[in-house]
Design a protein around this ligand. Structure first.
Ligand SMILES: Cc1cc2nc3c(=O)[nH]c(=O)nc-3n(C[C@H](O)[C@H](O)[C@H](O)COP(=O)(O)OP(=O)(O)OC[C@H]3O[C@@H](n4cnc5c(N)ncnc54)[C@H](O)[C@@H]3O)c2cc1C
Length: 396
């Protein structure tokens, strides 16, 4: 039950069953699961929605079953099911099945793990790949693993849909309200630029801003925000490669020239332009991401251009459109999904390391379960805060 306590001339004050900080895809799905369980939930967002200053904006994200790590591939059936559930609830299509190929050197350990993660994977040589992905040239000694469930999630549309369904279940979104202070306690108190709110549970899903937000709570999380160049590349001859429309998504593993990986999606945002990005970026502060990295050269662009020359010769070698986005990486690139080690009613979901969108329905469910003291539906060991050393500061 919400109890509004605002007095004339006083900031907004209210009590909820749960407060979620950050209305990106992870916070929005957490709020959605809480509202579905009939918890009166407040979702706070510092910017006016929709916005493009975090990690969840844009039209497209890859979804796939294939994962080198078993603990993620085990979550994917649940995630596909929950995406379908949201599609049904919102009455809108959020997923386009295109298939996905993972390219890498034959015998590469990660590629083998990917193959194993698919019950009935197909390993394609260059000739077989040409049938699925005519625009792509495999290099000598390389193979591709085909994940036919792979495809594209319509990201902006998905974020809007999950927030809409959350509201429909009685949830409250307050955007344009930045959280300034969190006071732990049996009732956690959250002070924003617009009011003071209390709840017996708080979930922090503040993306690249999480580090500074949890520092006053005595937590030093090893989170590194990265500025990512999001690049779109035009076909040399329109419609010559099929990449503008019907080709699969792809990603690389084990390439010596791109150890972090490169991934691509068929044209969706901009007609005829293929999205192709380096799965890495330059360290940044989320408040300063528009300041381009120092120096004139852009190592990411050179790397992508050279990849295109070898693998996707039908594309121009300079990007036609460039945008930016933020990753928030942990040292092992696994998520953080855990309770605060000292304040067990404060839950943290962070460090999605450039691969969290597809799993957001499951992440939201797990954060909801943690906050309600329920047994989590999946193995949480890989996501524990305590896997990092020295996270608890002595100030507490
Ligand atoms: C270029 C790019 C490509 C990607 N591709 C894929 C992909 O193909 N597949 C995939 O699965 N994943 C992909 N990802 C990763 C995925 O998009 C992210 O993991 C996911 O969006 C992270 O969501 P989030 O909710 O944690 O962060 P965000 O979306 O950044 O949300 C955090 C929110 O918290 C708010 N906030 C922060 N501080 C405060 C405060 N003090 N008060 C109030 N609000 C606050 C922020 O404004 C923000 O809206 C990609 C990411 C990028 C950048």
């Amino acid at each position: 039950m919400r109890t509004d306590m605002a007095a004339p001339g006083q900031p907004q004050k209210a009590t909820y069953d749960a407060i979620v900080i950050g209305a990106g895809i992870q916070g929005s799905f957490t709020a959605y699961h809480l509202a579905q369980r009939r918890r009166d939930t407040l979702l706070l967002e510092q910017f006016i929605l929709p916005h493009s200053r975090g990690s969840s904006h844009g039209q497209s994200r890859i979804i796939r079953s294939v994962y080198p790590e078993e603990y993620y591939s085990r979550m994917m059936p649940d995630s596909f099911r929950l995406w379908q559930q949201l599609e049904a609830e919102a009455g809108i299509r959020l997923y386009r099945q295109t298939g996905l190929v993972v390219l890498g050197p034959a015998g590469n350990e990660k590629l083998e793990a990917c193959r194993r993660s698919l019950g009935d994977s197909q390993v394609l040589d260059a000739t077989a790949l040409a049938r699925h992905f005519p625009g792509c040239r495999l290099q000598a000694g390389q193979v591709a693993v085909l994940d036919s469930t792979g495809g594209v999630l319509f990201a902006d549309r998905a974020l809007r849909a999950v927030q809409e369904v959350f509201r429909r279940h009685g949830g409250t979104v307050r955007d344009g309200e930045k959280v300034l202070r969190i006071e732990p306690g049996a009732m956690v108190t959250v002070t924003t630029t617009g009011g003071v709110y209390q709840a017996p549970r708080l979930i922090i899903t503040a993306g690249a801003w999480t580090g500074p937000l949890v520092k006053p709570l005595g937590l030093r999380l090893p989170l590194q925000p990265l500025r990512i160049d999001v690049c779109y590349w035009r076909e040399k001859e329109p419609k010559s490669t099929n990449m503008g429309s019907v080709s699969p998504c792809f990603l690389t593993v084990g390439l010596s020239q791109a150890p972090h990986g490169i991934y691509g999606l068929p044209a969706l945002e901009y007609p005829g332009m293929v999205k192709l990005c380096h799965h890495h970026g330059s360290p940044t502060d989320p408040e300063k991401r528009d300041q381009a990295p120092s120096g004139a050269d852009r190592p990411d662009i050179s790397l992508l251009s050279s990849f295109i020359s070898s693998y996707l010769p039908g594309l121009e070698t300079q990007p036609a459109v460039m945008e930016t986005c933020l990753y928030t990486n942990t040292p092992d690139e696994d998520f953080i999904l855990d309770r605060h080690p000292k304040f067990s009613n404060i839950i943290i979901g962070a460090g999605f390391s450039g691969h969290g969108f597809k799993l957001a329905p499951v992440v939201g469910k797990l954060l909801c379960e943690l906050s309600l003291g329920e047994e989590p539906s999946h193995n949480m060991a890989p996501f524990a805060i305590t896997r990092f050393r020295d996270v608890l500061q002595s100030v507490l």
